[in-house]
Design a protein around this ligand. Structure first.
Ligand code: X8Z
Ligand code: ZN
Length: 629
């Protein structure tokens, strides 16, 4: 994916904003509200937004078609076509945002005030007015995204490991894409091979460093032209709160959940220290980032079997089960769709099955990073993914369909409202359902034959979830911490990598496998940096998903611990969810949250309650350890 701007039909892409209606822009901008309406009236504003609605739909429709082609067929030409299409959107967006400022001093009705706010914060990658600079920015964005998508690392040391499709021993050139390098990171327990795969993938980002530096300069220049200090101010202003209050909210939630992460980190460190030796994974301090089973150590699910609290108790190995039952990618997507329809939602359209990209093509480069689409905002729903038959991807499929169902249900809203209540809501829908993939549900759909219930099985289930949901939290928070610091100029280019690792150490308690200098550009090895997709949304989603689950389980009349609840098949829960989805961004997010839960604040108590039994268990296990780093 590429540029960041007005692309509501493309989730996992730069999305749009949100804010409370009466004050049309967030508080720090109130001082800057243009009082001079130049004689504009409420009627002018209505006509303006009517035109914007129509134009956006057309422009985005065209752009998305081009982006789809580039994402599913990366070539020199498709990169250029994408950059051109994005240039047009950038030009349009900046012009309309500036024009709309004349309505800021008016007393607008709620729907118009909301659209004004959403438009103002909609530019995820604003370009300067200068046509040459705009073209340069669009081209940089497209190229960085392409570099990531095409990324491949070649080394004789990789020969024989994680062979790509179509390769065998005889024609193995030792070249590996992210998919194969990730397979090594997930499956190998050979410390040096893991290091090779990790360093290899990170090396693909080196050429992005000068590009990213320039990208930041240009995007900041564009942001200033729109009246913002830097790009981070736009990104942080989209949450119906003044940006400093939003940041304080994120910090408040982190204080609540940090003890959970520390306990998990402590337990993993002692297990990994025992496996690799204290010379490689010391029993105190941070852990090396390449031994957690995931390229970015953002989720540790692939180590579940290694660290299972009660071996063999109740927690089915879903990857094995899917393979055993002969599941293919289509059956996986059907299974996830079945969850949504069980809640009373509509089936996906026939065109979804015809037009989606489900598998990595053997003959061309594609952006494998999963995304969900509503091409042209016309109900042309698709996903683009390189599906593997495993549990990780089953969860990601639920995640992506969550986006598609949001598209489906807010479809009748005006264009500017066709986005999540905030972007964290959009990311959290499918994840909420994935939490309901309990053993009881799996038996119901025939993926496992029997359910074992016992306190040990419960702890195992919670551990498997925590490796995903708890391990992720500090990562989810630090990515945009880094970007906000880069965008604001607090971190200059000569400290890009140093700052990255400072934050990774501080938040995740991780260090790189070997010293990383400023010749490297490690942030670029994570999709959302070259793809320019804001990241704090995933952190929000990881907290909201438990809050959503708690509310829906209440509606479903669930009794007992939250982790045993599955909302599968519950129409009342489905109604609540649909009520929220239909709102899109038409109301500030607290109202959307109230529609599903009756609550109006983000709240980490649901995630804390969910994991309470595991925390008790971990604390006991970690006794005598010096936790923290
Ligand atoms: O990027 C994604 C989705 C697409 S919106 C696959 N996720 C984040 C990531 O992969 O880093 C989902 C979880 C976090
Ligand atoms: Zn997503």
């Amino acid at each position: 994916m590429a540029l960041a701007m007005l692309l509501p039909g493309f989730a996992c892409a730069p999305a749009l904003p949100a804010e409370s209606p009466p004050p049309p822009v967030s508080a720090e901008l109130n001082d800057q509200i243009l009082e001079d309406t130049g004689g504009a009236t409420v009627e002018d504003a209505r006509a303006f937004f009517k035109a914007v609605d129509r134009e956006l739909r057309e422009l985005i429709g065209e752009t998305e078609r081009v982006m789809w082609v580039k994402n599913t067929y990366i070539t020199h030409d498709t990169e250029i076509l994408e950059a051109r299409a994005n240039e047009q959107v950038m030009e349009y967006s900046a012009r309309r945002i500036k024009e709309a400022r004349r309505f800021e001093g008016l007393d607008l009705p709620e729907d118009l005030a909301r659209q004004l706010y959403l438009l103002r914060y909609s530019a995820g990658l604003p370009a300067p007015d200068d046509a040459e600079k705009r073209s340069e920015l669009a081209s940089l964005a497209s190229k960085m995204d392409g570099l990531y998508g095409k990324g491949s690392y070649c080394s004789p040391k990789l020969k024989g490991h994680a062979l790509p499709a179509g390769k065998n021993k005889a024609n193995d050139d030792g070249c590996r894409s992210l998919m194969e390098l990730s397979k090594i990171i997930a499956e190998s327990r050979d410390y040096d091979l893991l290091k090779e795969a990790w360093e290899g993938w990170h090396s693909i980002a080196r050429p992005m460093r000068p590009m990213y530096q320039r990208f930041v300069e240009l995007a900041n220049a564009g942001s200033r032209e729109l009246g913002f200090e830097d790009l981070g101010q736009i990104w942080k202003g989209r949450y119906d709160l003044p940006s400093e209050e939003f940041v304080a909210e994120m910090d408040r939630l982190f204080v609540q959940v940090k003890p959970l992460y520390e306990q998990l980190h402590c337990y993993m460190r002692s297990r990994l220290s025992a496996r690799y030796g204290a010379d490689k994974v010391p029993a105190t301090g941070p852990m090396p980032a390449h031994v957690l089973g995931n390229m970015w150590a953002q989720e540790w699910t692939n180590l579940y079997k290694e660290v299972e609290p009660f071996p063999g108790k109740g927690q089915p190995d879903l990857t094995k089960q899917m393979v055993k039952k002969g599941y293919d990618h289509i059956q996986m997507v059907k299974l996830a769709e079945g969850f949504f329809t069980s809640l009373g939602m509509k089936p996906l359209p026939q065109t979804f099955w015809e037009r989606s990209l489900f598998l990595k093509p053997a003959d061309r480069d594609v952006v494998c990073h999963a995304s969900a689409w509503d091409v042209g905002m016309s109900g042309d729903l698709r996903i683009k993914m390189c599906i593997k038959v495993d549990y990780e991807d089953l969860v990601t499929i639920h995640h992506e369909l969550g986006h598609n169902y949001y598209f489906m249900y807010y479809h009748d809203q005006p264009t500017l409202f066709q986005q999540g209540a905030n972007d964290g809501f959009h990311e959290g829908i499918g994840d909420t359902l994935a939490l309901s993939v309990t053993p009881a549900y799996l038996k119901e759909v025939g993926l496992i034959d029997a359910v074992q219930t016992s306190p040990e099985a419960d702890i195992n289930l919670l551990m498997s979830r925590a490796l995903e949901g708890i391990a992720f939290l500090p990562f989810g928070k630090m990515i945009d911490q880094w970007r906000w610091d880069v965008f604001s100029g607090k971190v200059p280019p000569e400290k890009y990598n140093e700052h990255w690792w400072k934050l990774r150490r501080e938040f995740q308690g991780l260090v790189p496998p070997s010293p990383r200098g400023e010749a490297e550009f490690d942030p670029g090895a994570k999709y959302h940096i070259p793809g320019n997709v804001p990241y704090i949304r995933y952190y929000i989603a990881r907290i909201l998903q438990y809050q959503f689950l708690r509310a829906l389980c209440r509606t479903a009349g669930h009794q007992g611990p939250l982790h045993q609840c599955s909302i599968y098949g519950n129409k009342a829960a489905g109604e609540k969810m649909m009520a929220m989805l239909k709102l899109g961004a038409s109301k500030p997010w607290p109202e959307a949250l109230a529609a599903i839960s009756g609550e109006t604040k983000m709240d980490a108590t649901a995630i804390i309650d969910y994991y309470a039994p595991l925390m008790t268990w971990l604390k006991e296990k970690n006794q005598g350890q010096q936790c923290g780093w």
